[in-house]
Design a protein around this ligand. Structure first.
Ligand code: GAR
Length: 224
């Protein structure tokens, strides 16, 4: 398939990467596992969390990766939180910033500065269901499918160029929890895959569009 052809390009040095988390960190774990298996040529410099309780911090520590907590609730002035978080990224100046269940919004200025270098995963078939509570909202709709999307981050929330989607058919028996479980299993496939494409140089954002294998794509790739 197209996907397997994209494995071969060798790019030399590993992509320096920072990962941002807020919670349980199962996507982080999927990424850490792929790195440990030498399937993902990224070098994770730092894992940042806005939430001191995030279980993902434990996962990072178990993998021997430096962590830093910048506690959102420790700032009276939320602008200072964002400045601090973003300063910590800027001083490392990584090739790639991965949002893995990071539930805060990056500033417009930061998104512009790191344009084409920030990836996010969002639990819906974007452009459908931007924002929160996507599982309940899709079950309340008449949609046949749900899923998750890897996309580049731009200044506009959940609206950057789409890269890769996992798609699953909604069952009449699904509740939000069951649907989330199935979608998240798909996330553990698509996120490392898209990150690998980026790290190997196949995936870029050029002039606000996703470019894969040198071709501009107007629709995301879909995995089912
Ligand atoms: C993921 O399923 C991701 O799609 C979602 O949060 C979950 C984090 O789980 N992201 C968003 O809702 C972004 N707005 P994890 O911490 O176990 O990876």
């Amino acid at each position: 398939s197209n996907y397997s052809q994209m494995k071969e390009l060798d790019t030399g040095s590993a992509t320096s990467t920072i990962i941002l988390i807020s919670g349980y960190g199962t996507n982080l774990q999927a990424i850490l596992d792929e790195v440990a298996n030498n399937h993902l040529p990224i070098q994770i410099i730092l894992i940042l969390s806005d939430n001191p309780q995030a279980h993902g911090i434990r996962r990072a520590k178990n993998a021997g990766i430096p962590t830093k907590i910048i506690n959102y609730h420790g700032f009276n002035n939320k602008a200072d939180f964002h400045l601090t978080m973003e300063e910590n990224i800027k001083k490392i100046d990584p090739d790639l910033v991965i949002l893995a269940g990071y539930m805060r919004i990056l500033s417009e200025e930061f998104c512009r500065q790191f344009k084409g270098k920030i990836l996010n995963i969002h639990p819906s078939l974007l452009p459908k269901f931007r924002g929160l509570n996507t599982y309940q909202r899709v079950l309340d709709s008449s949609d046949e499918f749900h899923g998750s999307t890897v996309h580049f981050v731009t200044e506009e929330l959940d609206s950057g160029p789409l890269v890769l989607q996992y798609r699953t058919k909604i069952k009449t028996t699904d509740d939000p929890k069951q649907l989330r479980k199935r979608v998240q299993l798909g996330e553990y496939q698509i996120y490392p895959m898209a990150i690998r494409w980026f790290a190997e140089g196949f995936l870029k954002m050029i002039k606000g569009k996703t470019v894969l294998n040198g071709k501009r794509i107007s629709k995301p790739k879909i995995l089912e």
